[in-house]
Unconditional design. Structure first.
Length: 269
């Protein structure tokens, strides 16, 4: 087929050098949302250190000779320590391997990519940052929710729902967050959603404001729970990982909900 992936063979990708580390964003879930640079890196890497949010379908693109290292960190479950993950990246690179650190979403948006890259720099390891499609953008698009719309908002806030300890962030100025933008996109917020909602309402947000929780975004088992900010305490157990969005952009889902029916059966997304 004209214009197929074979055309990439002479595309002039940057060299993936031995002894270097590429920090690559895997996107929100669907394998087809990986970037071309990410796809190239998967085929060249000697070692792939991936987190729990990376799709098994995506890992099928890895070279058969590569070593897969699971380094998933999930709340409430035994997880590798960040220091150990970073030390593994450095050790593999110093052993002359081409190391791919594969992280769900974008490694620089609540992904600790900057911390890992800084550690590589201190260790004298060459690295490349390969951005990915964040679930806060691409994941919401698969739910028919735009992050911005010129009729509703000219600003958006991205918020993490917990600290490294797993607790509700203590350094957040909830009053400022509540009033800074019409739309708030929350990562890793399901566990503390009731507490977050209470703080936002206390700071002035309308309890009847639309809120949506998108679980397993861009994957065949994606689900969307629609409610109001003041009603989150009545929700049952929510599937995770999930992205939460508060604000008027949720109303566009009524006409933009496109990822339905047979489309759910397409593995690449």
């Amino acid at each position: 087929m004209s214009g197929s992936f074979a055309a990439l063979d002479s595309a002039g990708f940057p060299p993936f050098e031995a002894g270097s580390v590429w920090l690559v964003g895997a996107g929100p879930g669907a394998p087809g949302l990986l970037t071309l640079l990410g796809f190239y890196a998967l085929s060249r890497a000697d070692v792939v250190v991936h987190d729990a949010l990376v799709s098994p379908e995506l890992l099928k693109f890895v070279s058969p000779e590569a070593v897969l290292v699971f380094a998933g960190k999930r709340g409430g479950k035994p997880s590798p320590k960040q220091a150990d993950i970073t030390l593994r990246l450095i050790a593999e690179a110093k052993a002359g391997k081409r190391v791919l650190r594969l992280k769900g979403g974008d490694p620089m948006l609540f992904g600790r990519g900057a911390e890992e890259a800084a550690a590589l720099w201190r260790a004298g390891i060459k690295f490349r940052l390969v951005p990915g499609i964040s679930s806060g953008l691409g994941g919401l698009a698969y739910a028919g929710i735009p992050v911005t719309h010129r009729d509703t908002n000219q600003a958006v806030i991205f918020l993490t729902g917990h600290e490294e300890s797993g607790e509700l962030p203590q350094s957040v100025d909830w009053g400022a967050v509540a009033n800074a933008a019409p739309v708030i996109v929350m990562f890793m917020a399901v566990k503390h959603l009731e507490a977050i909602a209470a703080r936002l309402i206390a700071a002035g947000r309308d309890p009847f404001e639309r809120l949506a929780i998108v679980s397993h975004a861009s994957l065949p088992d994606q689900s969307v729970t629609e409610t109001m900010l003041g009603k989150v305490d009545s929700l049952g157990e929510l599937a995770t990982p999930a992205i939460v969005v508060l604000g008027p952009v949720n109303r566009y889902r009524e006409v933009l909900d496109w990822y339905v029916g047979d489309l759910r059966g397409i593995v690449l997304g």
